[in-house]
Design a protein around this ligand. Structure first.
Ligand code: DC
Length: 216
């Protein structure tokens, strides 16, 4: 198989990570969850009570973000669960809007991608991180359905949440992520926009895998 790079972008809880993980597994290629990287930077900000990009970046240079199976680490610390907690989610849009933080993480993401086959999900993969990706998919879904998905995920993770609050939080985060100055959430011109409202995970996976097969 020739190397293939796939960008999956879209708003919060549009199903990006779930389908990207399945496709990575089916194709035996690398999966990179870039949202987890912005969440990691936000955790550093929250725990050290700083929004100074120099302090956050210095911390992350000393304690690099890494991935192992489905876990995320800062240095040797497993932060997979804590980065999904409400406190990190509440601040992640603000921290990910800091240009220097984005520059630092985008460089890391491009370094990880190198020339390997990879599927990456985020907000700016097709527009900024992998502008030459072989396939760019932009997933959307109704905010109510996305809130229900997040609600179920939170229950599975043991995170307390309220459905109405989630609708508001997701809508607010979309608004913030879409209107920020640097690399806003937006579909690349050459991306395929796919509405996952009412679709099963398998239907979305099949749609994307059919596009991949057509490329090979
Ligand atoms: O995918 P997620 O919900 O875990 O992402 C958390 C936040 O990180 C999201 O609200 C915006 C930011 N993000 C970003 O700005 N760029 C990316 N490539 C991925 C995530």
């Amino acid at each position: 198989m020739k190397n293939i790079q796939i960008a999956i972008d879209g708003p919060a809880s549009s199903g990006k990570s779930t389908v990207a993980k399945i496709i990575a597994n089916d194709l035996a290629i690398i999966y990179l969850d870039t949202g987890a990287m912005y969440r990691s930077a936000t955790l550093v900000s929250v725990e050290n009570n700083t929004k100074d990009f120099n302090e956050i970046i210095t911390y992350l240079r000393e304690n690099p973000i890494s991935f192992e199976k489905s876990s995320v680490f800062i240095g040797k610390r497993d932060i997979s669960n804590i980065i999904r907690e409400n406190e990190v989610t509440a601040h992640v849009s603000e921290i990910s809007a800091i240009p220097e933080i984005r520059e630092f993480l985008v460089e890391e993401q491009q370094r990880i991608a190198g020339s390997s086959s990879i599927i990456m999900d985020g907000r700016d993969i097709g527009t900024v991180v992998l502008p030459n990706a072989d396939l760019k998919i932009f997933l959307i879904a109704d905010v109510e359905e996305r809130a229900e998905r997040r609600y179920k995920e939170n229950i599975e993770r043991g995170i307390a949440s309220n459905l109405e609050e989630l609708v508001k939080e997701i809508a607010a985060r979309d608004e913030y992520d879409s209107t920020r100055q640097v690399s806003p959430l937006k579909a690349a011109e050459d991306s395929i926009i796919f509405d996952t409202t009412g679709k099963s995970i398998q239907e979305v996976v099949t749609f994307i895998e059919d596009k991949i097969k057509a490329l090979m």
